[in-house]
Design a protein around this ligand. Structure first.
Ligand SMILES: Cc1cc2nc3c(=O)[nH]c(=O)nc-3n(C[C@H](O)[C@H](O)[C@H](O)COP(=O)(O)OP(=O)(O)OC[C@H]3O[C@@H](n4cnc5c(N)ncnc54)[C@H](O)[C@@H]3O)c2cc1C
Length: 394
């Protein structure tokens, strides 16, 4: 359930492993890839950041390899343009060193440390004392990947049904009953890949309400064409290790555009792409969650800084100027946003790794933030295997 990249990859994987099985993907929107899958940075991550041994580390590396191969097989345009993570000052060097070690432990191909002059050769407008270079990081439009997956699912006999919001899921002894606003379905197994609504879907089956999804909006600005030559590849800051977001960066797009951002501010509605989109019930649900209160106690300063960037182009630009001093507020053109589904525990910890929980017949993907799109093909296999084991032992 869910026709984002993950739900579609799960449908494909199921059909690959069980040809002839009836597989149906239901989505509440009128088209596929309407949320995170269609509103992200478009980066095929190489696996630099993730804790060695974590699902993210393993599935990102595996997923990136499979994603490139899938793009080749399906004539989807991509570019292995490489990326640099830049230390702007000496104080960031220890954290850059940690990242380097992580990347090595994770087996990220071709990773190397650059000094200031090697960085200047690679990215002449970027300022930094040192940088981590990942040549195997790439870019793609994940909507195109989702389209290819949906075509393949249909060709293998699967169905994708849009405008089908799931409103109830009732596991029974040998079946699961699933209701949308118009239909009732009966399935042997249900796998939910609902992005920002992952916790709502889980609650429908009596699973614990925590971890809850907190929606974090990220705004991007597209650089005006004259400023696009300020970067050649992808340029990132050294991230705050206690925060799961990567910091505002410069991302080349496969369309030729260059995006800057995204920041990270609380979205007042789970599907809310603008500051003024407010859903009072959903907002209250977030604000009254003990985990969110614990989170704000710890991060209120970061939160305020991100919000200031949201309302002022000048402040937004200042963070970018640490990386590319020549960028000006007037270089930032149109803006758009994505909303990240980030799971938060009851005691205020942002869940770092991918996470799913399951009963006998229902598997919920409860945390699949970035690099979820990169990892989707590998993550789908993992989830389908969990479903198979649960059915076999049930
Ligand atoms: C700003 C941003 C930048 C990112 N950058 C990157 C990146 O560069 N690289 C990367 O690898 N990852 C990135 N990610 C993460 C990546 O986009 C996600 O991990 C991935 O898209 C998750 O896919 P999904 O299918 O689980 O979620 P989604 O694409 O959100 O799909 C969930 C689907 O479930 C449907 N749904 C929800 N509730 C119901 C219901 N009740 N009934 C029926 N359908 C329902 C929704 O309509 C939606 O289509 C980024 C994410 C964001 C938001």
């Amino acid at each position: 359930m869910g026709a984002g990249i993950l739900g579609l990859a799960v449908a494909r994987e199921t059909l690959l492993r069980h040809p002839g099985l009836r597989v149906v993907a239901l989505d509440k929107e009128s088209q596929i890839a309407a949320h995170q899958t269609g509103h992200n940075s478009g980066v095929i991550h190489a696996g630099v950041y993730y804790a060695p041994g974590s699902l993210k580390a393993r599935l990102c590396l595996q997923g990136a390899r499979e994603m490139y191969a899938y793009c080749d097989e399906n004539d989807i345009q991509y570019e292995r343009c490489g990326k640099v993570v830049v230390a702007s000052g000496e104080d960031e060097l220890p954290r850059l060193g940690d990242l380097h070690r992580r990347a090595q432990l994770n087996g990220v191909p071709g990773i190397e440390l650059l000094d200031g002059s090697a960085l200047a050769e690679l990215e002449p407008h970027v300022q930094g004392v040192r940088a981590l270079y990942s040549p195997s990081t790439g870019i793609v439009d994940f909507r195109q990947v989702a389209n290819a997956l949906s075509t393949e699912v249909a060709a293998r006999g699967g169905e994708i049904i849009t405008r089908a919001r799931v409103v109830a899921i009732k596991p029974e002894r040998s079946m699961v009953e699933l209701r949308t606003a118009v239909d009732t379905w009966r399935a042997k197994t249900v796998i939910t890949c609902a992005g920002v609504y992952a916790d709502h879907l889980a609650r429908m089956t009596g699973a614990p309400a925590a971890p809850k999804i907190v929606p974090f909006r990220g705004t991007y600005y597209s650089l005006r064409p004259a400023a696009r030559s300020l970067v050649r590849g992808l340029v990132y800051p050294v991230p705050d290790p206690t925060f799961p977001f990567l910091g505002a960066h410069f991302t080349k797009q496969i369309s030729g555009e260059v995006w800057t951002g995204p920041n990270a501010v609380l979205a007042f509605s789970r599907d809310g792409y603008r500051l003024r989109d407010i859903d009072v019930r959903e907002l209250w649900e977030t604000l009254s969650y003990p985990g969110f209160r614990a989170l704000t106690t710890r991060y209120w300063r970061t939160g305020l800084a991100e919000l200031r960037g949201e309302v002022s182009k000048r402040t937004f630009t200042r963070a970018l100027q640490r990386l590319v001093p020549a960028v000006r507020p007037e270089d930032l053109g149109e803006s758009h946003a994505g909303v990240r589904a980030q799971a938060l525990s009851e005691d205020g910890r942002l869940l770092d790794d991918f996470w799913f929980d399951h009963g006998e017949r229902v598997i919920h993907v409860r945390n699949a933030p970035s690099p979820g799109a990169t990892s989707s093909l590998a993550l789908a296999r993992e989830v389908v295997q969990v479903a198979e084991r649960a059915l076999a032992t049930g």
